[in-house]
Design a protein around this ligand. Sequence first.
Ligand code: PLP
Length: 438
Amino acid sequence: MSPRDALLQTDASAALFDRARAVTPGGVNSPVRAFNAVGGTPRFIRSAQGAWLRDVDGNEYVDLICSWGPMLLGHAHPEVLEAVQAAVARGTSYGTPTEPEVELAEEIVSRTSVEKVRFVSSGTEATMSAIRLARGFTGRDVVVKFAGCYHGHVDALLASAGSGLATFAVPGTPGVPASSTELTLVLPYNDRAAVEAVFAEHGDRIACLVTEAAPGNMGVVPPEPGFNEFLAATCTRHGALFVSDEVMTGFRASRQGQWGLDGALEGWRPDLVTFGKVMGGGFPAAAFGGRADVMGHLSPEGPVYQAGTLSGNPIATTAGLTTLRLATPEVYDHLTRAGETIKAAAAEALTAAGVAHTIQSTGTMFSVFFAEGAVRDFDDASRTDTAAYGAFFHAMLERGVYLPPSAYEAWFLSAAHDERAVQTVLDALPEAARAAAA
Ligand code: PLP
């Protein structure tokens, strides 16, 4: 601990954490928030404005989590708040079709590869529904995924690789029955030979291959050039669907998501795409969409059932629509510039302190691995020095920078990360890098 550690008061967060643990498993409603990977007391946030979080003890932090991606414009953006407040005043949910749903669907269709889109309330629901649709459309059962790619807590996708490459998966957590993962195949990311091998063996049973468009949940691992196009072409050749999970990258890696960085340029499209995070503007909204003929299999147009009480909620769709309309090319230019400044300073500080590290990006998304050498897949990512990251994380936190409390996450910026916010990060880096080296 550095002498500054004593300066931050965390009594109110600690007291709330005690109360929370008495009534909620681990004191949190999503595991990573509990700080288990880095130790210490999670900060309970009372309010947020622009690039800054303020906790219940009154400490302020530059936010590099951005609600795990959604807050592209920063917190409490005045125009988003105004639109949301006006929407709330008109009532919060009707269970009927509404105009904002149509407008948000039009916006997503105009910006991405999808022809039709269906709204849901979480990224988990989006991937779960996309897989059901792929199975219903193809009449096949098997799903292929990559190790280290997270698609939400869908039973069939909480799967670990079986004993051999083309072997069916085993449950990745207690509570998932073997029957839920016995139709899932798990492959190493960026490995074309492995993809070819499973399609050669199981191709006529594969309903879909689902992948993060660029993995961000094992840290940022960009697809090697042409990898997504190769996946799409392989699926097409075998009559399977290519499902691109853009829950994290959508409207974040670029204005058109990861597809804007590879597919849009090369002229190919995924069959289905899932979205979430940014498109909900900080509310529980997500979506899946894709080819019109595939989406036509969804009820009530087609036979594949899917539904949701709060799907397309008018407040969430209003927040998402306002966010996307404000997400201009200038916003992405700003994210790129701020990201480049932080990446360069992090590399300099970690190099000066002698800490092994690798910084990887896709579009405006990036992460800092505490490991030497390029990270191509989950095995590479697993070499991360999590103890060094924990020390680094706490030193940054004590200096007013809230990084993700896990070594395997992207660092998220927003349009509101101005010079003062970025400078706060830069000022904290050298001491944090020394803490990581200690
Ligand atoms: N897919 C990806 C790529 C994600 O990053 C996430 C969440 O982090 C999900 C799906 C699941 O989304 P949600 O947490 O909204 O269920």
